[in-house]
Design a protein around this ligand. Structure first.
Ligand SMILES: Cc1ncc(COP(=O)(O)O)c(C=O)c1O
Length: 458
């Protein structure tokens, strides 16, 4: 049964009356949706009822091209049989297992596989249930590490403006997306480097040529607090959620040097960039800089079962072991009920196998110049003030309506949805994170749809 909702459109300019896929008004009103304009969604529900490969199926029967691979999660495409089967089989064999003081073989198997995708030297995997949990786990790991080393004053954390590290208290404190922080008041103490989206870098193709000097801001922050009080710097090697901000040439290398010179741990949040998004197993490998701790989630299970992980250097792990007392004592009093969940492990193993079998990283490398040329052809379109790209991702910044930065991107994304394309909007940007196997034709079509959408909005 396809039902349509007709509620008050008080807060919204355009009513579209999409199908709800059978969801009743009272069901609709029971659910508080995350990162969603709930009033608008109730007026215009965009219900997705199934998905296959690179396409979603909307409740009204339309096939929608998935221009963000789910939520940067599903690069291999949706409902992959190998992954679905692995999960289904696992539910029959071992559906849950406590990972506190007990184990199951697949979490160990998966950690060995994950390490094969990591830069050399990162060889201990700590499981979480999401990217946000990975962020907070990595920050706690960093603080506890210094305490174990007898440097308990090294607690201060540094992030970056426009950084996104999920929604938990650690993550929003080091994160640099204003709305996600301002709404919640006091977090934990943190400083922020400047972002690298400078005027000079507008319309850069791939890594901007200028901007490495912005890493020097870290020297100033260290001078202010002294390195004896600073535990870690956390950054995304390529910022994703703020609208795809690739690092300037030389920037990450300089950040690494400054951290080394000052005994500060460097954490890469690779929740978006790990497992293919930038055409390599990790951003660390692609950009040639190895952090001390690396966070993953999303593509690890192709989005099919929630799972994240924090991978650290063995020296960090050994430090915890060396200072923990008798062997039965817990070395790191941290973990989640769902850390290393058997279904997620089964999904992760199947996903990593597929990434290798389908040469996903090479697919993205081949796609990158095609997407780059196409997306930059939008320069000059209505409202566009910047375009950025790397690998299979691209960000387009729109000139904002005074005081309403999200209005144009929202309207453009809705137009794209009507045209059969899922394009994410966030802040003043439109974002693409294409499925790894996207064709030339699909790339052309989605970028053309964005161009058309922008020409149709005020
Ligand atoms: C870099 C980064 N870190 C953390 C997160 C949070 O992940 P989750 O939504 O799984 O908690 C995200 C999500 O987009 C992310 O992009």
């Amino acid at each position: 049964m396809l039902k349509k909702l007709f509620s008050s459109a008080k807060h919204h300019t355009t009513r579209r009356f999409y199908d709800t896929g059978g969801v009743t008004k009272s069901q609709m009103q029971s659910h508080w949706m995350p990162f969603t304009g709930n009033r608008e969604f109730e007026e215009n529900p965009r219900m997705i009822v199934s998905a296959k490969g690179r396409y979603l199926r909307a409740a009204d029967g339309r096939k929608i091209f998935d221009g963000l691979s789910g939520l940067w999660t599903t690069g291999l495409g949706h409902c992959r049989e190998e992954i679905s089967e692995a999960i289904a089989n696992q539910t029959k064999e071992l559906d849950f297992c406590s990972s506190f003081q007990f184990g199951h073989p697949k979490s160990f198997e998966l950690s060995e596989e994950i390490i094969k995708f990591m830069p050399k030297g990162l060889d201990k995997v700590f499981y979480t249930g999401s990217g946000s949990e990975s962020a907070d786990t990595s920050l706690k790991m960093a603080r506890a590490y210094w305490r174990k080393k007898g440097m308990a004053s090294k607690t201060r954390l540094i992030g970056r403006v426009k950084g996104y590290h999920g929604v938990n208290f650690g993550g929003i404190s080091v994160g640099g997306i204003v709305g996600n922080r301002a709404t919640f008041g006091q977090g934990i103490e943190a400083d922020h480097l400047a972002h690298t989206m400078t005027l000079e870098n507008r319309f850069s193709r791939g890594m901007p040529k200028t901007g490495a000097h912005l890493a020097e801001e870290l020297v100033n922050i260290i001078a202010l607090h002294d390195s004896s009080n600073i535990g870690a710097l956390i950054i995304e090697p390529m910022a994703g959620s703020a609208g795809v901000i690739p690092p300037p040439v030389g920037y990450l290398k300089r950040v690494r040097e400054i951290c080394d010179e000052n005994n500060i741990l460097l954490i890469f949040d690779e929740v978006i960039t790990a497992f293919g998004r930038v055409g390599a197993p990790t951003g660390a490998e692609e950009f040639g800089v190895t952090p001390d701790i690396l966070n993953i989630a999303k593509q690890l299970t192709n989005g099919s079962v929630p799972m994240g992980a924090v991978i650290c250097k063995s020296e960090i792990y050994e430090t915890f072991l060396d200072n923990a007392g008798p062997h039965y004592m817990i070395e790191f009093p941290h973990g989640y009920t769902y850390s290393g969940h058997p279904l997620a492990c089964a999904a992760g193993l199947a996903t990593l196998k597929l990434l290798k079998r389908e040469s996903s990283f090479e697919q993205v490398k081949k796609m990158a110049p095609i997407l780059e040329d196409k997306v930059h052809s939008l320069k000059g379109c209505n409202h566009i003030i910047d375009i950025r790209n790397y690998g299979s991702s691209a960000g387009i910044t729109l000139d904002a309506f005074e005081g309403q930065p999200a209005k144009r991107p929202f309207e453009a994304a809705m137009k794209c949805w009507e045209k059969g394309f899922y394009v994410r909007y966030g802040g003043d940007t439109l974002q693409l994170g294409l499925p790894f196997s996207s064709t030339h034709n699909e790339i052309d079509s989605i970028v053309n749809a964005i161009g058309d959408a922008l020409s149709e909005i005020d």
